[in-house]
Design a protein around this ligand. Sequence first.
Ligand code: SF4
Ligand SMILES: [Zn+2]
Length: 144
Amino acid sequence: MLDLTNAPCRDRPELAPGAGDEPPTPRLTREKCGPALRLCAACPLRAQCIAHVRPHKCGFTGVCGGRLWFDGQIIGQLATAHHSELPAPVNRKACGSAAGARAHRRAVEQQCDNCASFHARYLASISDTPALIGGEQLSFGDLT
Ligand code: SF4
Ligand SMILES: [Zn+2]
């Protein structure tokens, strides 16, 4: 059980879009919850938070583990977020290539040893790209 007693987000409702007339969309989620991502910056519980909520599996929308999620996909993350905070990787035939790294990102899991360098190249290629909605995970930059 995740103990949130000392979590920076304790009693902070803005981590998820509230019930309203407007159904959540990636844009709305970013507007409403994006600023709350900074709460995760100094949180030591990121990996446990993701393991507990399992946002990809349950189609989570909101802030969890230093990432902003929409329907189980990462739509933004702190620059300090690291793939080691995600669930363990599945080994695939494509491992050891850019396609293998992409498959890990799509499954929202860690990069295996053979794919880590391809993932690092990918991150370098998008480092100046502003955060986008949907698709690949991109950085919001460090919001601290
Ligand atoms: S990682 Fe973020 S959402 Fe999870 S407990 Fe820490 S501050 Fe809260
Ligand atoms: Zn791999």
